[in-house]
Ligand binder design. Sequence first.
Ligand code: NAP
Length: 283
Amino acid sequence: MAELWKGAPTAAALMEDLTGRIERLSGAGVTPTLAIVRVGERPDDRAYETGAVKRCEKAGVAVKRFPLPAGCSALELRAVLEHINAVSEIHGCLLLRPLPDPAMEEMACALLDPKKDVDCMTPAALAGVFAGKGWGYPPCTAQACLELLKYYKTALTGKRAVVVGRSLVIGKPVSMLLQAENATVTMCHTRTVDLPAVCRGAEVLIAAAGRANLLGAAHVSPGQVVLDVGINVDKDGKLCGDVKFDEAEPVVSAITPVPGGVGAVTTAVLVKHVVEAAERTLK
Ligand code: NAP
């Protein structure tokens, strides 16, 4: 039976660490402030926004919301981002993605000031994460995986890590972060040959394919740590991950649940990035 790695204790530890830093900023007259830009009314965007606002406000981080209609023009979105870039009291910006129009998303990623990019949407922030130079905040979800591994004291040096998924939002950056911790990383995708065997060979397995119940008994082996990043809806309309929990849990050493695992850490990482961005303005 596996240890259940819920996200809440990791998130609580992160928030506790931030309390003093937020107080010090406040003493210097700075309220860390996050702008959230949402285009349209997608329920998952709204749910993430609500969670982020709750987490921020509880911690003493201010939030400015910029909701735009689904059919807004590129000019409207540009004006909002230019405002965010220009206002020095706003330290970080979260644009809920994907946008309905990919061209608009590309424009937004190119426009946002990388110093305010707390979720790694700009090419400059991505380059920092890929160069491993410590500049640029990694995507919050990718960083949340590393925070979980750190909280549960998983040494990564020399470990075989397998990441299922190669998106710029999760798969690729989490692979880079694992590599920076000296893990030996294999990145899998839809053309990977014999996915079950590759996954079984992992000591740390990160599922980020966005396919309900993709990985089952054939993909796991004893001693593994399994982080399930997937947030999917199964055929019965129930929220589920990429991993068949009931099949993996009896085999592996540790596993994150869905919901309540990686996702529960993501907004705490977001707050951490906003606080760091605010601290940098004092330096
Ligand atoms: P994405 O852009 O659709 O990328 C999915 C990746 O998985 C692709 O690289 C794809 O390979 C690979 N893949 C898909 N089916 C596969 C299969 N059958 N075998 C092997 N690889 C396969 O998705 P994403 O944006 O990275 O998101 C992944 C999941 O994370 C989603 O469920 C999303 O909802 C969730 N998510 C969670 C959080 C959180 O806070 N927990 C935050 C954001 C997203 P190819 O490149 O070959 O197509």
